[in-house]
Design a protein around this ligand. Sequence first.
Ligand SMILES: Nc1ncnc2c1ncn2[C@@H]1O[C@H](COP(=O)(O)OP(=O)(O)OP(=O)(O)O)[C@@H](O)[C@H]1O
Ligand SMILES: [Mg+2]
Length: 258
Amino acid sequence: MPQVISVVSGKGGVGKTTTVANVGAALAAMGKRVLLIDADVGLRNLDISLGMQDKVVYHFNDIINGQCTPTQAIVPHDKYLGLQLLTAPQNVLSSQIDKDKFKELVLGLKQNYDYVLIDCAAGIDDSFVMGAMAADMVIIVATPELISVRDADRVAVSLEKLAIEQINLIINRISVDMVKKGDMIDIDTIINTVAVPLIGAVPESSEVIVSNNKGRPIVLSANSYAGKAFLNIAKRITGEKVPILKEKKRNIFRLLKK
Ligand SMILES: Nc1ncnc2c1ncn2[C@@H]1O[C@H](COP(=O)(O)OP(=O)(O)OP(=O)(O)O)[C@@H](O)[C@H]1O
Ligand SMILES: [Mg+2]
């Protein structure tokens, strides 16, 4: 069972942070002890998606540099029991982070949790390498656009070179209306191009934008398809068999194949 999961993408703005916040909240709601680490050095925003921006004081590099203890830097979420956040520094470059020490920190911290989710920066530079070095599993997030799919493919190739064994794909922001009009790439093309197993498909939803702005993960909203999709991803991570084809009443897969 994967314990440290890094969430990456080629193209930016595809939903990595949203995924980490929602899947993390879902795992915590399932009773798991979950640590979310923001590894988007310089441009962190997982704290905002979780509504915790006023609570974080120290970041992971403070622990690495001996300026605080993990207990001082790791902040518990007040709504989701078991969900904790370790944020990223804003005033250094990711190239300045000691990657071996970051890995050492994650391997030490993971003893206290069921899952550690790492929110990486887009691209295949330092943050990606940090996340990949520490991970048992890497999830690539892509949107159904050619640019994003091609970049996701480059990421998958980079991960294979790093000998990451478990790699999965999330397709986020699937627009049913665009699919109906034939304006969106079909899902088989995406899976064949990126050539890694799909772990989830999340619809485009304005509720996701609202939830990010309010700092409230959407995953437990009873009527949200996007929330349900993130919940199902969390279940699949725990090993539960949740069929992807049945996760949405309007069956995005059938539409995407048209
Ligand atoms: N399924 C969705 N439906 C609608 N909007 C979404 C969805 N997923 C993410 N978004 C929106 O897309 C934007 C980017 O999301 P997010 O910050 O999670 O991406 P990211 O990959 O972490 O970006 P970056 O590469 O900058 O770190 C946000 O405004 C978010 O609210
Ligand atoms: Mg992000």
